[in-house]
Design a protein around this ligand. Structure first.
Ligand code: KIV
Ligand code: ZN
Length: 508
């Protein structure tokens, strides 16, 4: 009999806190929908008091997403807890997750509070949260650097106040697996209420030393029954424990963990792609489980082994995470039905309008490129289906560049039903295009970074460009990506996508 480990996904809260990953409410909803298909137990949808956008997104997710518990983060403050409740109360399974720091350094330097004051505030606010919400989780922030005796005391009191889940965070990713596992074991032994009331012990580990997954798994071995994690491991600084790594380790090494999760692992790859596409946070090729090379066998000796028997070099099957190249080969003669079938094999259910948009884009690419890969199709979905309304769109782009010529771009955009145009010179063709677009849109933003990569092999591959922009008078960062067989066009699309996102967010 395997013990169930609950998966608490915080991609939309801690994951979204990482620099450059800001998502708009529609995108958050789309990710939440996919997290529900992945079958996570809890979705931490945001931090309701942080902004109106966060509140709206949590509320929409609570109203529309069925299956997982929907949770909002809240400090142990009355206004935070009430705001969190106002957002999650629409869910069938609402949860408030409230936290206060318990480490000496956080209490003294950040909160300017004594341990007694922290203790009292935690108890009072857990009680308030329990009056509003049937399911309350409490976190002693920076538990990894807290005095264990103080932790036992505050955790016991939070349980007496009504918390059903106690989450133990290693907020700064400081501990090592054996220390963290020992901490969890000690907490379970020294807080009798945990066993008496069958409390869920959860862990939330950051990856500053690259130990987030190892520490989370050490905690599972020590008795934790919930793991907080994010898709692709995104999150504050070096990120959080990666959901796919935690889940696939528990599944692959059932023999030592004796545990299972509710995750539908066949949705992992798609979820990873969706989160990467919408946040603009690229996945490194050698990333465990979901990286482009995770199942690629390059060395002849490996290929030979895999051809004889896959288990020679594969401890997981690509199909386990939903990575399948289905038999349908798409090219320019394929029709809408074949495309729809292929999308559905890949797990995307597109409605009529979305399919039509995707189909038109597919035809454009198929005209320039012989074989359309699944990665190309993912880009089509990301570009044509999950987009913010376009204030500006491309009508025409012409560039002149080469040796002994000053690079020049002529850009024509659609704006409010009219065509507007501008030409500009630049250090190179992309710079010239960006200067013309900046002049046309009059958006005051600076380009933080620009990256380009070939999505699939061959010189006819789609080039994918990712840009990050910072609004001049705002803290926020806006990502945009664009793909095209012409890298200048891909660059223009990415830049314009980020500008449209900035304008859309500003209008909300
Ligand atoms: O890292 C952390 O401590 C957190 C808490 C709010 C759980 O994100
Ligand atoms: Zn965190």
């Amino acid at each position: 009999m395997f013990k169930l480990i609950k998966i608490f996904d915080t991609t939309l809260r801690d994951g979204e806190q990482c620099p450059g990953a800001s998502l708009n409410p529609e995108e958050k909803l789309e990710i939440a929908r996919q997290l529900a298909k992945l079958n996570v137990d809890v979705i931490e949808a945001g931090f309701a008091i942080a902004s109106q956008g966060d509140f709206d997104a949590i509320k929409a997710i609570a109203q529309q997403i069925k299956g997982p518990s929907i949770c909002s983060l809240a400090r142990t403050k009355k206004e935070d807890i009430e705001r969190a409740w106002d957002a999650v109360k629409f869910s069938d399974k609402p949860r408030i997750h409230t936290f206060i720091a318990t480490s000496p350094i956080h209490m003294a330097k950040k909160l300017h509070m004594t341990p007694d004051q922290v203790y009292k505030q935690a108890v009072d606010m857990v009680k308030l949260a329990c009056l509003l919400c049937p399911d309350v989780e409490f976190s002693p922030e920076d538990a990894g650097r807290s005095d264990p005796n103080f932790l036992y005391k505050i955790i016991g009191a939070a349980i007496d106040a009504g918390a059903k889940t106690i989450n133990v965070p290693d907020t700064v990713g400081y501990t090592t697996p054996w220390e963290f596992g020992q901490l969890i074991e000690n907490i379970i032994q020294n807080v009798p209420q945990i066993k008496e009331k069958n409390i869920t012990i959860s862990v939330h580990v950051h990856n500053d030393l690259g130990l987030a997954v190892a520490n989370s798994l050490a905690a599972v071995r020590a008795g934790a029954t919930q793991v907080e994690c994010t898709i692709n491991g995104i999150g504050e600084r070096a990120g959080n424990a990666s959901l796919e790594e935690v889940v696939m380790t528990i599944k692959t090494r059932k023999d030592i963990f004796n545990c299972k999760t509710n995750i539908n692992t066949k949705e992992i790859y798609k979820t990873s792609r969706l989160v990467s596409n919408l946040t603009g946070m690229l996945v490194q090729p050698n990333k465990s489980v979901v990286g482009a090379n995770a199942f690629a066998h390059e060395a002849g000796i490996h290929q030979h082994g895999v051809l004889q028997d896959r288990s020679t070099y594969e401890i997981m099957q690509p199909e386990d995470i939903g990575l399948t190249e289905s038999k349908i080969v798409l090219g320019k003669h394929s029709g809408r039905h074949a495309l729809q079938k292929k999308f559905s094999d890949m797990g995307y259910q597109l409605d009529k309008d979305a399919l039509e948009k995707a189909y038109q884009r597919f035809l454009q690419i198929a005209d320039k490129k012989k074989d359309i890969s699944e990665r190309d199709l993912e880009i089509i979905v990301a570009e044509e289906v999950y987009i913010v309304p376009e204030e500006y769109s491309i009508s025409k782009i012409e560039v002149k560049s080469g040796t002994k010529i000053k690079p020049q771009a002529k850009v024509e955009l659609f704006f409010k039903g009219k065509k507007i145009k501008k030409s500009a010179y630049g250090a190179g063709p992309v710079d010239a295009v960006y200067k013309a677009i900046a002049a046309l849109t009059k958006v005051n933003a600076s380009l933080l970074d620009y990256s380009i990569q070939a999505i699939t092999g061959g010189t006819d591959a789609l080039g994918e460009v990712n840009v990050r922009l910072k609004g001049k008078d705002q803290e926020k960062i806006y990502v945009g990506h664009g793909a095209d067989t012409d890298i200048i066009v891909a660059s223009a699309k990415a830049y314009l996508a980020a500008i449209n996102r900035l304008l859309y967010t500003a209008s909300k």
